[in-house]
Ligand binder design. Structure first.
Ligand SMILES: Nc1ncnc2c1ncn2[C@@H]1O[C@H](COP(=O)(O)OP(=O)(O)OP(=O)(O)O)[C@@H](O)[C@H]1O
Length: 235
C-alpha cells in the first residue's frame, strides 16, 4: 500500500505536484496517467525519496522510502532505464544493487532470466539496445522481490514480445497481492493492463477510480482521457 498525503512539489514558480491525496492499494495494477509535464515522474521520484516534497509526504506501508534499512526489498522501481554505468555488465550492475540491500546472488541470476537477459548478462550495459536496458531496469525493480513496484513508462523501447511480457508480469505481480503503480502514455496498453487509474493534470488529481468506471459511457479509455485532461495539456 502506498499513501500520498497532500503531496506537493514546487520548482520555483512551477507547481509540479499539487496536493495529491491518494491511496494506491495492493492486489491491483494502478495506472498513472496525465499529459506531458503533469507531474507523474516527480511524484514517482518523491515516492522513492529522489526528490524532497515541498510539503506533504509519500508513505510505503506507513513509512517513507528512506526509513527502510533495505528499501529494494520493499519497493522496486524503474525510473530512468538509461541510468546504468555503460562499462558495467548487466549482471554486475544488478550484483552491486543486490549487495547494497543484502539480496542473495542467486536472485540476480533469477531476475536476469525472468527479464529475458540470461544470454546478455555478461555484456556491457553500454552495448545494450534500448529494449535491453529497459529489461535490465525491470530486472532491477524485481530484484528485492518487493511488495511494491513502481514503473515509469515500462513499455518504452520494448518489442511486441516485450510488451506482452511486461503486461503479463504486471498482472501476475498484482495477482500475487503486490502493489503495482505504473505510468504510461500508451492508453490502449493501460486499458488492457490496469484495474484502477489515477489521472493527474498540471499536478492536480483529475480522477482516482476503477478503469471500468472511468471508461463507462465512452468509446474507449482514450476518449475518456481526452475529456478528463481537456484543459490540463501544456500549451
Ligand atoms: N528538476 C526540475 N526543475 C525544474 N522543473 C522541473 C524539474 N523536474 C520537473 N520539473 C517540472 O515539473 C513539471 C512536472 O514534470 P514531470 O517530469 O514530473 O511530468 P511528467 O508527468 O512525468 O511528464 P512526461 O509525461 O512528459 O514525462 C513540469 O513542468 C517540469 O518542467
Amino acid at each position: 500500500m502506498m499513501t500520498l498525503e497532500k503531496l506537493t512539489k514546487r520548482f520555483g514558480a512551477t507547481v509540479a505536484v499539487d496536493g495529491l491525496d491518494v491511496e494506491i492499494r495492493p492486489g491491483r495494477v494502478t495506472g498513472f496517467l496525465g499529459p506531458n509535464g503533469a507531474g507523474k515522474s516527480t511524484t514517482m521520484r518523491m515516492i522513492l525519496d529522489l526528490d524532497r516534497p515541498t510539503s506533504g509526504r509519500a508513505l510505503l506501508d506507513g513509512r517513507s522510502y528512506s526509513a527502510y534499512e533495505w528499501p529494494l526489498r520493499h519497493v522496486g522501481a524503474l525510473l530512468e532505464a538509461g541510468a546504468v554505468h555503460p562499462g558495467r555488465t548487466g549482471r554486475n550492475h544488478l550484483l552491486a544493487m543486490a549487495r547494497s540491500n543484502a539480496i542473495p546472488v542467486r536472485r540476480v541470476d533469477e531476475v536476469l532470466e525472468l527479464a529475458g537477459l540470461g544470454g546478455s548478462a555478461r555484456k556491457r550495459a553500454g552495448a545494450y539496445s534500448m529494449g535491453m536496458r529497459q529489461r535490465l531496469g525491470i530486472a532491477g525493480a524485481l530484484l528485492g522481490d518487493p511488495p511494491v513496484v513502481v514503473l515509469d513508462e515500462p513499455v518504452n523501447g520494448l518489442d511486441p514480445d516485450g510488451v506482452r511480457w511486461i503486461r503479463g508480469l504486471m498482472r501476475g505481480l498484482a495477482a500475487e497481492g503486490r502493489t503495482v503503480f505504473v505510468s504510461s502514455h500508451l492508453l490502449s496498453e493501460m486499458q488492457v493492463t490496469a484495474d484502477h487509474l489515477i489521472v493527474i493534470g498540471r499536478g492536480r488529481l483529475l480522477a482516482d477510480a476503477p478503469l471500468a468506471e472511468i471508461v463507462a459511457g465512452h468509446a474507449s479509455l482514450e476518449d475518456a482521457y481526452y475529456q478528463l485532461t481537456d484543459g490540463s495539456v501544456l500549451s
